[in-house]
Design a protein around this ligand. Structure first.
Ligand SMILES: C[S@@+](CC[C@H](N)C(=O)[O-])C[C@H]1O[C@@H](n2cnc3c(N)ncnc32)[C@H](O)[C@@H]1O
Length: 157
């Protein structure tokens, strides 16, 4: 199984870039994992929130491949403890043949068409994080899950 984190727009702040890259590299020791960036739309000031979401949604759908298992990162999705997420990843590794694709929306979230295309929704908290910050939180949790499955000393409970 390949795992992809699909995000809308480049990560802009250097402190996030450094930390995200660190966890992506660490995670790759355990899992075939990559972060794929959909370039941000240009001239968004002239677009309404709905039109921006719609256009970003089209780009997200274009980036998907047949057979992808699509999981939206969404405040309203299913919440899991870290050990439950580790178990979830274990089950996916045993059942998904192609790609497991986690998607983080743009500043205004997902269009209805993206919600329709998704198989699952997963929440990292009931609070809302910025679309930039949530990348870091997700890659840290994915790394944590991998260390739980591989018996590493990173997670304590
Ligand atoms: C600023 S939020 C968008 C909030 C927007 N109000 C909405 O309705 O989705 C940008 C993206 O970050 C992700 N996100 C933010 N908080 C999250 C959370 N607690 N759990 C999972 N994903 C989250 C989602 O993918 C969301 O589309």
């Amino acid at each position: 199984m390949k795992t992809t984190l699909l995000v809308v727009g480049r990560t802009v702040e250097q402190h996030f870039i450094t930390a995200i890259n660190d966890y992506v590299q660490r995670t790759k020791r355990y899992l075939s994992f990559e972060m794929e960036v959909i370039p941000e739309l240009k001239n968004t000031k002239s677009l309404s929130m709905e039109v921006q979401k719609e256009k970003e949604g089209e780009l997200i759908l274009k980036a998907l491949q047949p057979g992808d298992v699509v999981v939206l990162l969404d405040e309203g999705g299913k919440e899991m403890r870290s050990i439950e997420f580790a178990d979830y990843m274990k089950r996916k590794m045993n059942t998904v043949n192609k790609r497991l694709v986690f998607i983080i929306g743009g500043p205004y979230g997902f269009s209805p068409k993206v919600y329709e295309a998704a198989h699952e929704k997963m929440s990292l908290s009931r609070m809302t994080f910025s679309h930039q910050m949530v990348r870091l939180i997700f890659v840290e949790q994915l790394y944590r899950a991998m260390t739980i499955l591989n018996g590493g000393p990173y997670h304590h409970e």
